[in-house]
Write a protein that binds this ligand. Sequence first.
Ligand code: GAP
Length: 514
Amino acid sequence: MAKQEEVFKKVISHAKEYGYVFQSSEIYDGLSAVYDYGQNGAELKKNIREYWWNAMVHLNENIVGLDSAIFMHPTTWKASGHVDAFNDPLIDNKDSKKRYRADVLVEDHVAKIEAKIDKEVQKAAKRFGESFDKEQFLTTNARVLGYREKADTIIKRLTRSLEDENLADVRSLIEELEIVCPLSGSKNWTDVKQFNLMFGTQLGASAESAMDLYLRPETAQGIFVNFLNVQKTGRLKIPFGIAQVGKAFRNEIVARQFIFRMREFEQMEMQFFIKPGSQKEWYEYWKEKRMKWHLSLGLGDDNYRFHDHDKLAHYADAAADIEFRFPFGFKELEGIHSRTDFDLANHQKYSGKKLQYFDTDLNESYVPYVVETSIGLDRMFLAVFSKSLVEEELENGSTRTLLKIPAILAPTKAAVLPLVKKDGLPEIAHRIVEDLKWNYNVIYDEKDAIGRRYRRQDAVGTPFCITVDHQTKDDQTVTLRYRDSMDQKRIPLSEVNRTLTSELDMRKWLQKIG
Ligand code: GAP
């Protein structure tokens, strides 16, 4: 745990030191759970957004984009269920005065039980060696079965209590499990209360005429209310999808873990409209497709896993998370939800407008079902950034700090470095920058010794350095240095642009998705 915290602290300080993420309004001591993206953060975010948009919109003929407003008619949130059901069950510890999500306290307790199962498996694997059969062990070992039953019983009871809005029972569960406040260590809890996560605001100049609005807590509803506009004007046939990227706002109570849980964040969502009854098939399809998108970035296959939900959101008949191994453990990165016709049917009911699709193949109208993919852009940023930050031991005993951001996402693609600030080398380097900048974000750097400049680019995540030296003047070649391997090779000046094009070809990365 201590090591995890240390790693996470390094991630946060590196993000600040290298112009990726700053605390919002820092000069006024900051605003809790609100962050700004610096010069490199803004580029990384833009590149992740583009990688998602290309994969979802450009590479799928039946998916189109949308950019809907943050402000929506207040009835939207009645129809979507957010006014009544977008709540977190909260509990306060009277000694530490800290507020927690009651369900998360119970889930963390269950995670500890599950960790005991993992420990038993590891011990047994060591004991039995090659002949160890994990599946058999998990289904027959008495101790493991005991832990499993305990964990399942707790989750079942929690799910039932939350579904029944029986908050008194959630509190009893916390008491029975003897869960203590992680900060004070005490069991001195208040009652559990529901807390709505939407931010309210007002539209209009005078108090009498003002209309109460909410800042949208998800981008999805902008897609639902535009479903017929887009379908009709685009003459789209089911199955088809509408994708959008935009800000969402939630008054998160337990807002910690840096940009993992923010009050203002960005979502990349896609609603896929389908024939009722086909949701299972499309749900599986999008689970697999989205996992492949993640794996295409090469951050390590074992850093991802699916987590199927027992406790479903108010709109879903099936839901799974793609979890990522963040510095603080496996946590949700993206959600795939089978939303049935919940949203469209409710908007139809509340607006009095028909939101149906006429299926020419079946010769009938219906309210489509929806499978949604929803990923937080900031969370994806944290996944990429935290997994890319490594400290490497070099052969000479020194360490180098390296930000191995996948080249396709890196803020700056190449740094062009004249070996010295004279002898015409800066002029050649500037000419290279002039040539490359039409296609890529590149920088020129002539300060400090070349070794220090390489280290600086390693730490900021620039995948390629192009060094101009005296030989360049003789034979029109430069040194191309690769960030991750530190390999260097000489290439003709005329090949520089083509080499970058081949390394950074989006097709090369995205075709892994299939
Ligand atoms: N439209 C469905 C929806 O909003 P969600 O699971 O509440 O579902 C989807 O959110 C994704 O949005 C999450 O998987 C996460 O990546 C991101 N997200 C949610 N709340 C967030 C927050 N407070 N800060 C940053 N990202 C958040």
